[in-house]
Design a protein around this ligand. Structure first.
Ligand code: G1P
Length: 258
């Protein structure tokens, strides 16, 4: 997303009328989250907290009962390390993890379904993905199916590539973890790209037979690339309650002229 992100953090890029990170916090709030910890790079926390906790402007609509705090990850050691940064703040509670690059479609929430599947286990959100994703996403080793949408996770491999792919079921950026993931992260060594991979901790939780996979009914939007960002803006703009109708009419007229 450069040059857009040379000075602005990616999480603060606007999608329609709010920063990407706000879409994700709203999604968590709809699922009942009351405490949100946003893992940020050094120097970014103040900006994010000013957005969510503005004294002058008051709370954001829908987020009146959510406490938002930024937690700094000093060195970018990977997604697993980022999650580990929140361990103390989270305490022993089960918690959702949401990646800001992946946004749900309007009406396509997945967290409630994941919570319903959990029964005390960790749950990772999955989609059957095409081979072009095998070098970009994490993929699980599936065990027995508990229902049409819920599968036992025996392990997971980050960016396996075609050769090592254990399945077509990819991790799409939504997780519900118990504190078992923090224990697993303590033992995770640097993996793909020299980073502490969340997928390697999921592998350990899966090997301990306490992880399930929830296959989402819809894809997630990938707003972390320029083309995905444009698509996310169009889809979320077209669904906007105030100006979606006008935007849909514009898109229709515009595409007819292409
Ligand atoms: C991360 C995770 C990967 C997951 C992906 C979803 O990858 O490591 O397991 O499938 O997000 O977007 P990254 O985008 O950081 O390479």
């Amino acid at each position: 997303m450069r040059p857009a992100t040379r000075a602005l953090p990616k999480a603060m890029l606007p999608i329609v009328d709010r920063p990407a990170v706000q879409w994700v916090v709203e999604e968590a709030a709809r699922a009942g989250a009351t405490d949100v910890f946003i893992i940020v790079d050094p120097g970014v926390g103040e900006l994010i907290e000013r957005h969510f906790n503005s004294q002058e402007e008051g709370p954001l609509p829908g987020l009146e009962h959510v406490a938002v705090r930024a937690i700094v990850q000093d060195v970018p050691r990977g997604l697993g390390d980022a999650v580990r940064t929140a361990a103390e703040a989270v305490g022993g509670r089960p918690f959702y993890t949401l990646l800001v690059d992946n946004l749900v479609y309007p009406g396509g929430d997945v967290l409630p379904g994941m919570a319903a599947a959990s029964h005390g286990d960790s749950v990772v959100c999955l989609r059957e993905l095409g081979t072009e994703y095998l070098a970009r996403y994490g993929f699980i080793v599936p065990g027995e199916w508990r229902s049409e949408q819920v599968v036992e996770v025996l392990g997971a491999i980050e960016k396996p590539g075609v050769e090592a792919a254990p399945s077509k079921l990819g991790l799409i950026g939504r997780y519900l973890f118990t504190s078992a993931v923090f224990e697993a992260l303590n033992d995770v060594e640097p993996g793909v790209g020299g980073e502490i991979q969340l997928t390697d901790a999921i592998n350990a939780v899966g090997e301990a037979a306490s992880c399930l996979g929830y296959v989402a009914a819809n894809d997630l939007l990938d707003s972390g690339t320029p083309s995905g960002y444009l698509e996310a803006s169009t889809i979320l703009g077209a669904a906007h309650p105030d100006f979606g109708a006008r935007y849909r009419a514009f898109v229709k007229e515009f595409t007819e002229g292409l």
